[in-house]
Design a protein. Structure first.
Length: 210
């Protein structure tokens, strides 16, 4: 006796065998190479992030420790997690407890942290999207998804105008996480619920001179 799933998949397999799909060329002529001046990229990126209900802070590179400490202090984050390759200088002004993440730490234990601090790979101003690629200063995906607060440092030099320009800077075989504001979803009544699939709060520190 076959299940409904097996029946449906069997019919699809038979249909594909009878009428194989023709070879299709995917068009790649979308718009590329767009640029914007630094001030315009910063303004657009900030606007999109705020629209997604993220908080945005700007600083110069030499003020990174102070900005990190201020953001974590505002959120009452006394115990945070960091990826193993994060620049330790960023935490010089933070007086809380810092736990360096590793694959040996079970993902559920990350929920005991007040927040997480990471760097980023690339961002897109047009969509307000931040890309993490699992580099040592960004860590594994669980680290940026389980804690309720994610503080992410973005260098303005890594913010591209559009999606094609941002994707072109990524390494294709690296695991990529796309972040567009705090995790949120809506039910059938369009009631917004935050923190369902990831952090309830996203704070972005944009370093304007890097």
């Amino acid at each position: 006796m076959t299940t409904a799933r097996e029946t449906v998949l069997g019919r699809i397999k038979d249909a594909l065998a009878l009428a194989p799909a023709p070879q299709t060329t995917v068009p790649r002529d979308y718009r590329t190479g767009r640029t914007l001046p630094d001030d315009e990229r910063l303004a657009l990126f900030t606007d999109r992030l705020v629209d997604y209900r993220a908080t945005v802070h700007t600083c110069t590179a030499d003020r990174t420790p102070q900005a990190v400490a201020e953001v974590l202090g505002e959120r009452g984050a006394r115990r945070i997690g960091v990826p193993p390759g994060l620049d330790p200088h960023w935490l010089d002004a933070y007086d809380g407890e810092v736990q360096q993440d590793s694959a040996d730490i079970p993902a559920p234990r990350l929920d005991e942290l007040d927040g997480v601090l990471t760097a980023s790979a690339v961002s897109c101003a047009e969509t307000g999207t931040i890309f993490l690629d699992g580099s040592p200063d960004q860590g594994r995906r669980a680290l940026s998804l389980v804690p309720d607060l994610h503080v992410c440092v973005v260098d303005l030099s890594t913010v591209e105008a559009g999606v094609p320009e941002a994707v072109a800077r990524l390494v294709p075989d690296r695991p990529t996480t796309l972040i567009s504001g705090p995790s949120a979803t809506s039910d059938i009544e369009l009631e917004r619920v935050e923190g369902v699939h990831g952090p309830r709060t996203l704070a972005v520190i944009i370093r304007t001179d890097v």
